[in-house]
Design a protein around this ligand. Structure first.
Ligand code: KIV
Length: 293
């Protein structure tokens, strides 16, 4: 049975904390445009992440690193327009918060003012803690992101699970507590062993949203294109595919192309008529014009 909280209008940010307290799983999905924002809202998801994964899934780039603020703003604004009830979280791209607190706050405020997001997400801990404090102090709610943080995948030794030794697991737990103390309202845990994610989830009051981190997290997130089978590249182990839209769409496009080429489309029902007398006048005008020429 669905435990989706019944709220009129936008889900309050504080509702995520209540959901953790009630043990109601939080449903988050990425979305990057108006139709995906609308569909996620209609399906009753609680939060939408306009992830910088868009660099790969939408813009066709090799990694998330090149995503720019301007690109993220356009995508977030469109998704936020479609998603009335879910919380909308804009993902701060690489370079938008690493240099200084001022940059982080300026870009966080851009997200809120220009894209109408409810919060932003930042990857990492350590130097990121100061940025979280600066953003929260500037009135911008922040979701943290620990474990496999794709913006620093090279430093982490590639796209692989994190926290798989006792020491590294302990570091992750300490970082999670530090991010909570810095003011994060929630935390994404990506590719963290389920047992470690479970301990982290117990150790913090704020909700954890897992991706490849087991079922003890307070919620789950999947990338839109992975979930719907819209992405051709090899999917990570933690992806569950709920549809095969790539094939559906290709099929539809092939049928359309065949119809155009065979003349089966458009049919009369897809075209507009002109009254007979108007058509006759139009054609008579053409004949006169030809005679004069
Ligand atoms: O960019 C993204 O989509 C993300 C999710 C995988 C959590 O950060």
């Amino acid at each position: 049975m669905s435990t989706r909280p019944e709220t009129a209008g936008k889900l309050p940010l504080t509702e995520l904390l209540e959901m953790k307290r009630r043990r109601d799983p939080i449903v988050m999905v990425t979305a990057y445009d108006y139709p995906s924002g609308r569909l996620a809202d209609a399906a009753g998801v609680d939060a939408i992440l306009v992830g910088d994964s868009a660099a790969m899934t939408v813009l066709g780039l090799e990694s998330t690193v090149p995503a720019t603020m301007d690109e993220m703003i356009v995508l977030s604004r469109a998704a936020a327009r479609g998603a009335k009830r879910p919380l909308v979280i804009g993902d701060m791209p690489f370079g938008s918060f690493q240099v200084s607190d001022e940059d982080a706050v300026r870009n966080g405020i851009r997200f809120v003012k220009e894209a109408a997001v409810d919060a932003v997400k930042l990857e990492g801990a350590g130097p990121t803690l100061g940025r979280v404090r600066a953003l929260v102090g500037g009135g911008v709610p922040v979701m943290g992101h620990l474990g496999l943080t794709p913006q620093s995948a090279t430093m982490l030794g590639g796209f692989r699970a994190q926290g798989r030794t006792a020491d590294k697991a302990r570091l992750l737990l300490d970082d999670a507590v530090a991010l909570e103390e810095a003011g994060c309202f929630s935390l994404v845990l990506e590719a963290v062993p389920a047992a470690v994610a479970s301990r982290i989830t117990e150790a913090v009051q704020i909700p954890t949203i897992g991706i490849g981190s087991g079922r003890s997290c307070d919620g789950q997130v999947l990338v839109w294109h992975d979930l719907l089978g819209l992405y051709d590249r090899r999917a990570a182990r933690f992806v569950k595919r709920y549809a095969d839209l790539s094939n559906e769409i290709r099929n539809a496009l092939e049928r359309y192309a065949a119809d155009v080429r065979s003349g089966a489309f458009p049919e009369d029902q897809h075209t507009y008529a002109i009254p007979d007398e108007e058509l006759a006048r139009f054609e008579a005008g053409l004949t006169e014009a030809r005679v004069e020429a």
